[in-house]
Design a protein around this ligand. Structure first.
Ligand code: NAD
Length: 332
């Protein structure tokens, strides 16, 4: 039976779909190809998946926030599990365009939960975010911590997704797993994120904007580790046994952090990118941006205990792989 992967033209969806098909699964990929960033890059990812996996891959361009269009698109298709990675991402853009987040992340998430309920899906895995921890000051962040103080509407919509999911797990006994990803980077990455923007500017000889004066810390997680965590979660649906799950639910709903379990100073990341690019960055030190949090750091005890997941890629290994991919992709 196929697996439905939403956001398949996106950074993480592309890699998750690829790994699923490498191990022999068939994937129905859904994406609206929205223009939040380069549509050409999204199309290139789809082309790559088609080239590598042929008929194992079925792509459907649909907006999952459009309830009628989604029902029409999925009606003729069979799948028993859902990996819901499509969303409007980005903390800073949620200040400019809040409605995009309400639409894709709240209406869209509800639409996918409804699909799972109507089809009695065997497992629904979805993307949450480290941003739900907001301004929490106790590090590392644990899935048991309270997350009631978001710093951006993006974070608030991801927390809303977790709450809607909990409700569906309770009412309909639907097995659900929410994954709080921590700053993901790697080949085929996202052009709005720091590793990409710094690499691009350094290679073009332009200055880089360093927010938080360089002393923000992030738990940077390499894409291959994220994909390993997503598949480990997908393969182990939570039991409906009344026991307390990671994140505290007694319904079949778990929450896990997937991070590298290492909080790195932005200035150290820049040093690693400079080394991989072979040139120094000219830094413009700027204050933190509205919506940003100063530090992130994932406690991964829960996913390690339940699924045996541990990340294996340091930024010293992962960043040069990204820079090599970037140079090859753009021919520079
Ligand atoms: P991405 O933007 O590269 O991928 C998301 C994809 O979803 C895009 O291709 C977009 O076109 C699609 N999409 C958006 N709205 C849609 C809609 N209404 N209908 C159909 N498709 C739609 O982002 P990503 O980095 O791959 O993130 C994947 C998931 O992980 C998202 O839920 C994101 O919030 C979450 N996340 C990512 C990170 C990270 O560091 N990349 C960190 C935390 C959480």
């Amino acid at each position: 039976m196929s697996i439905l992967v939403t956001g398949v033209a996106g950074f993480i969806g592309f890699h998750v779909a690829g790994r699923l098909m490498e191990r022999g699964e068939s994937v129905i990929g859904l994406d609206s190809l929205d223009d939040y960033y380069s549509v050409a890059l999204k199309r290139a990812r789809i082309k790559e998946l088609r080239g590598r996996h042929g008929t194992r891959f079925h792509f459907n361009q649909t907006d999952f926030a459009d309830t009628v269009a989604l029902a029409e698109a999925l009606d003729p298709l069979s799948f028993d599990r859902i990996v819901h990675l499509g969303a409007q991402p980005g903390v800073r853009y949620s200040i400019e365009n809040p409605h995009a987040y309400a639409r894709s992340n709240i209406v869209g998430h509800l639409n996918l939960l409804e699909v799972a309920r109507q089809r009695d899906s065997a497992h629904f895995v979805y993307a949450s975010s480290s941003s739900v921890y907001g301004g929490n000051e106790t590090l590392p962040f644990k899935v048991e911590d309270r997350v009631d103080h978001p710093r951006s509407l993006y974070a608030a919509t991801k927390k809303a997704d977790e709450l809607m999911s909990e409700c569906y797990a309770h009412l309909y006994r639907l097995p659900l797993t929410g994954l709080r990803f921590f700053t993901v980077y790697g080949p085929w990455g996202r052009p709005d994120m720091a590793v990409w923007t710094f690499t691009k500017a350094i290679l073009e000889g332009r200055p880089i904007d360093v927010f938080g004066e360089g002393d923000m810390r992030r738990d940077f997680t390499y894409i291959d580790d994220i994909v390993t965590g997503v598949l480990a979660a997908l393969d182990n649906p939570p039991a409906d046994d009344g026991a307390s799950k990671a994140g505290g639910s007694r319904a079949p709903h778990r929450l896990y952090n997937i991070g590298n379990n290492k909080s790195e100073e932005l200035s150290r990341l820049i040093g690693v990118i400079e080394a991989a690019c072979g040139s120094q960055a000219e830094k413009r030190l700027l204050p933190m941006q509205p919506g940003d949090v100063r530090d992130t750091f994932a406690d991964i005890t829960a996913i390690e205990r339940d699924l045996g997941f541990r990340p294996t890629t340091s930024i010293e290994e992962g960043v040069p792989r990204f820079v090599a991919w970037y140079r090859e992709y753009y021919g520079i």
